[in-house]
Write a protein of this length. Structure first.
Length: 72
């Protein structure tokens, strides 16, 4: 990945962790708005990284629940 994607992904990881700690689902959108004021390219990379990481978390939880059902 390039510097934009690398930085956006690291920030996405930090923001998702903070979102979970604070219980604030709007935090990624608020951070994206701050980023977008100076770099729309970075904003889009950040939003993509957040979506991909949250989707991956949800898919892993789904898979774990499916595997748990099969073991029961």
């Amino acid at each position: 990945m390039g510097i934009t994607e690398d930085l956006a992904d690291k920030l996405a990881q930090d923001v998702i962790a903070a979102m979970e700690k604070l219980g604030d689902d709007r935090l990624p959108d608020e951070v994206a708005d701050v980023i977008g004021a100076t770099s729309p390219t970075t904003e889009e990379a950040f939003r993509t990284a957040v979506r991909v990481r949250i989707a991956e978390q949800r898919a892993r939880k789904f898979l774990a629940s499916k595997l748990g059902e099969e073991e029961a």
